[in-house]
Design a protein around this ligand. Structure first.
Ligand code: ZN
Length: 206
């Protein structure tokens, strides 16, 4: 088992050497666009994040439109992955971008993984400002469909494997809080509670 730190998933920027060339650095995304993207992402406490998403059966223009919207939010947030449930849509679909082009996977499933695992700090757009160590297999075989319903099956490793596992977890209502130690979970929940108390003055309901 290797150990290291990855400041990403959906929250923070990947390390320099992992930054895809075509991706806009966070500083170049206008703040209002970033805010508009983040406003669409459901955060901890929203029950939709705990739902099990339903398999997609219809591959139509509506699905393509959803994929485009997800990719736009992912780019502007900015993140390297997003699950439909994070936008409140309970369909089994994820998008991610670790190389030059974004990838959309419909009904994705992990059908095999490596014994070799790695612990990295992961963030999540649905848990703003939080990272926790998560151990995951470094290689997975994924089976899915593309937007036209064609079957896909391939092996993914390292960052790509991690993003796919993180996003498929979302489709099952699982967050990184369930993938880390009880101590880390307690620490994060305490931090989030304190931040919430500090951010909401009495009398302000908006
Ligand atoms: Zn996430």
């Amino acid at each position: 088992m290797r150990r290291g730190t990855l400041y990403d998933m959906s929250q923070t920027e990947p390390r320099e050497e992992q930054q895809p060339r075509e991706r806009r650095p966070r500083s170049e995304i206008p703040p209002e666009r970033r805010a508009a993207a983040l406003a669409q992402v459901r955060t901890l406490g929203d029950p939709v994040l705990r739902e099990s998403a339903r398999p997609v059966e219809t591959f139509d223009s509506e699905l393509t439109a959803l994929s485009r919207r997800m990719i736009a939010v992912m780019r502007d947030a900015p993140g390297i992955g997003l699950a439909a449930t994070q936008l409140g849509v309970v369909k089994r679909m994820i998008v991610y971008q670790v190389d030059d082009d974004p990838v959309t996977l419909v009904n994705p499933r992990i059908v095999g993984d490596s014994d070799d695992t790695e612990v990295l700090d992961e963030g999540c757009l649905s848990l703003p400002g939080v990272t926790v160590p998560v151990e995951r297999p470094t290689l997975v075989r994924v089976r899915a469909r593309d937007l036209r319903g064609r079957r896909l099956e391939y092996d993914a490793e390292d960052l790509e494997a991690r993003v796919i596992q993180h996003e498929i977890d979302h489709l099952d209502g699982v967050l990184i809080l369930e993938r880390t130690s009880r101590e880390e979970r307690g620490r994060v929940l305490r931090e989030l509670r304190e931040r919430q108390t500090a951010a909401v003055p009495s009398g302000s309901g908006l």
